[in-house]
Design a protein around this ligand. Structure first.
Ligand SMILES: [Zn+2]
Length: 92
């Protein structure tokens, strides 16, 4: 059994569970009884956020063409500004 989606002009969308390949183009609305047209929507295969997709794409690109580093990142804690939450602590 497969879920098929229909849209009634009066009541909106509803789903019907029918045998695969047996869904007609129209179906009676279970609420008002009028004829509803079948609608097609993408299957819910994956809902990945845009930020996660961007990270995956960046990871894929870096396998073949790694990003060029033009300067070295600071390595000592003195070259980085202190964390704002630690700024009020006494210094040695
Ligand atoms: Zn209806």
């Amino acid at each position: 059994m497969t879920m098929y989606e229909y849209e009634c002009a009066c009541c909106g969308r509803f789903e019907e569970r029918l045998a695969m390949g047996s869904a007609p183009r129209t179906h009676d609305c279970p609420t008002c009884g009028s004829t509803a047209k079948r609608v097609y929507s993408p299957p819910g295969l994956a809902f990945t956020s845009a930020s996660v997709v961007a990270l995956h794409e960046q990871d894929e690109r870096s396998r073949e063409v790694p990003d060029v580093v033009r300067r070295q990142a600071p390595t000592t804690s003195e070259s980085r500004p202190p964390h704002p939450a630690l700024a009020h602590l006494p210094r040695p």
